[in-house]
Design a binder for this molecule. Structure first.
Ligand code: AGV
Ligand code: CA
Length: 299
């Protein structure tokens, strides 16, 4: 039986491709995708996502966007990459998504007859807002997979004044929201940079994607709209692990999220931290890139 899943994301190319993966995977029944402020222009990325889902014959996935203000906004140049995706999908959208993303998240969870799996691949801001508005959603969440954090691998926030670079961007952009979600007792599973750093997204893979038809070709076009250097299977790997939890080994740890400068958003293991599950690259880290690429091409 396919599991009900919601994708809460922030509209960068790999977020959009992660939604396509969830929509295509037989183990998953994707109910909704919410595009939030973060690494994109939310309205633009939501329109592109809606358009792509319609092109692929998937009108049943409900798309909405939500504007939030973030303590540490993403670089404007990364947000503006949304315009590149739209340039490639010219033509007026058949439907324009509405700005009701928090409401969609709450309602989709509460209306589901079964417990829901939630994938978050952007800031924790919208999940925190939803928990604030309707705390009872916590009991309906079976798994909450986050592309977030870094334990031993170091951060990917560079050149931000007053920050030491030790955080991953999705947590750095809104540390209080991340800390709030961590403390909310959710069944959290983290896909951290410790794993994703083993899986860079390289031109030969994009070339292979582009040579295929359907969702693969669209994914290649979306991913071609970003600066390729230092791009990884971040959200796309988190989506794969949402569909196939046994793809990588898992382990339980206790973590805390710093909200104090200069390490805001940094994740640390701590005996008095909150219990979470983390995915590990395992001994196979050298072959992981090949395994992930092969799995992707086939879905
Ligand atoms: O930290 C990874 C997160 C993922 O959710 N994002 C991109 C993915 O959607 C932020 C990010 C880190 N480095 C980036 C990012 C880069 N070089 N370009 C765009 N976004
Ligand atoms: Ca993202």
């Amino acid at each position: 039986m396919a599991k009900p899943v919601i994708h809460d994301q922030d509209g960068h190319a790999d977020d959009l491709v992660a939604t396509l993966l969830l929509a295509a995977h037989p183990a998953v029944d994707l109910k909704a995708a919410i595009v939030n402020s973060g690494d994109c222009l939310p309205e633009v990325s939501a329109q592109v996502l809606q358009e792509v889902l319609l092109q692929l014959g998937l009108p049943e996935v409900v798309v909405a966007y939500q504007i939030h203000s973030l303590p540490h906004p993403f670089p404007a140049a990364w947000q503006a990459e949304s315009l590149n995706y739209r340039r490639d999908f010219a033509g007026s959208p058949v439907h324009s998504p509405t700005a009701t993303g928090t409401q969609l998240l709450v309602e989709t969870i509460l209306e589901s007859p079964e417990p829901v799996t939630l994938l978050v691949t952007g800031p924790c801001t919208n999940l925190a807002a939803a928990l604030d508005a309707a705390p009872q959603i916590a009991r309906k969440l079976e798994r909450v997979v986050l592309m977030a954090g870094s334990l031993a691998a170091g951060g990917n926030v560079h050149d931000q004044p007053g920050h030491d670079g030790s955080a991953e961007w999705n947590l750095y952009c809104d540390p209080p929201a991340a800390a709030f979600c961590l403390a909310a007792g959710l069944p959290l599973e983290l896909v951290t940079l410790d794993v994703t750093n083993h899986v860079p997204m390289t031109p030969p893979f994009l070339q292979r994607l582009a040579e295929r038809s359907g969702a693969c070709a669209i994914a290649a076009r979306l991913l071609g709209g970003v600066e390729q250097q230092n791009y990884y299977f971040w959200d796309t790997l988190a989506a794969l692990l949402t569909c196939e939890p046994d793809f990588l080994p898992r382990q339980g740890v206790q973590v805390r999220i710093r909200t104090d400068a200069p390490a805001e958003g940094r994740t640390e293991c701590a005996d008095d931290g909150f219990p979470v599950t983390i995915f590990a690259a395992g001994d196979e880290d050298r072959t992981l890139k090949v395994r992930v690429e092969e799995r992707f091409i086939k879905i």
